[in-house]
Design a binder for this molecule. Structure first.
Ligand SMILES: [Zn+2]
Ligand SMILES: [Zn+2]
Length: 280
């Protein structure tokens, strides 16, 4: 199933890509569907969208609608109005209040909050090497938050379960073996299997040519726990990554024992059961 469920545009603080460029890239790639999933999370102004170009749901929806109208995609590409929520258990009520006032076709829940090791800072690699206990503490917290995200019931898809591997591959404790981490990682995957879907995140494949070493293990565990077919997300912040290597995600899904990736219709149907949808 040729759909990319995770893309970012200029409506996110960390991308400069106009929405139209994402839609054009999806068309060029021959995708059936693309979800625009810009970041919404806690920020100095409250909880929600927080790019210089977009601070409200209304602005967000209007900007995507405008791009859809300009691209003349009817009959060629389905565009899903999505969002990637940066979730923490502590901010659950804020996320819930924000989402209760919006309609989306697909809602991604991701954990970006990372402590004491920041998964996004260049110096974190040195910290991990110097003090492996900090890595343990960070993953204990990460998988606890991830379980909270899945259990919240707010999300259709849980994004990049293996995010910590993205910038510091091989430096983390083994989440399937470590006595403090493994039970929490298992609980998180179980909650995803029960309440959401797992995303196969393509960022590492697109930029480094391979999945994280743990991607297949998580997916197998998720399938054994009864998880629904997973979705693929490029997590593209630039147009050239939109829909890139979806076939690799399909291959990984089959390797884990699924018949294939979820269709966009299946994912939207699950959202419809929970609330109203938009769909272009
Ligand atoms: Zn993310
Ligand atoms: Zn993302």
């Amino acid at each position: 199933m040729n759909s990319d469920f995770h893309t970012h545009t200029i409506l996110s603080p960390d991308s400069r890509t106009p929405v139209e460029e994402v839609l054009k890239a999806a068309l060029d790639r021959g995708l059936e569907a693309v979800a625009v999933t810009d970041h919404a999370e806690r920020n100095p102004a409250g909880f929600g969208f927080f790019s210089p170009y977009c601070q409200s749901y209304e602005t967000y929806r209007a900007a995507v609608e405008h791009a859809v109208a300009r691209c003349e995609i009817k009959g060629k590409l389905t565009v899903l109005l999505g969002v990637e929520i940066g979730y923490t258990i502590e901010e659950d009520a804020l996320a819930r209040a924000f989402l209760s006032g919006c309609e989306f076709d697909v809602i991604l829940g991701s954990v970006h909050d990372s402590y004491p090791i920041d998964m996004f800072r260049p110096e974190s690699g040195e910290m991990l090497k110097r003090d492996p206990d900090l890595g343990v503490e960070t993953l204990v917290r990460y998988f606890t938050q991830l379980e909270g995200a899945a259990s919240s019931g707010l999300f259709d898809v849980i994004g990049h379960v293996d995010l910590y591997e993205r910038y510091f591959p091989g430096l983390w404790p083994d989440p399937f073996q470590h006595p403090k981490i493994a039970p929490l990682a298992r609980k998180a995957v179980q909650a995803i299997a029960q309440k959401a879907r797992m995303e196969i995140n393509l960022d590492m494949v697109n930029k480094r040519g391979h999945f994280s070493w743990s991607a297949l293990r998580f997916l197998e565990m998720y399938r054994e726990m009864g998880g629904k077919p997973p979705v693929a997300g490029s997590d593209a912040h630039r147009p050239e990554y939109v829909g890139l290597h979806i076939a690799e995600a399909e291959r990984l899904a089959r390797q884990a024992g699924f018949a294939g990736l979820a269709s966009w219709e299946d994912v939207v149907a699950s959202r419809r059961q929970k609330g109203r949808t938009v769909l272009y």
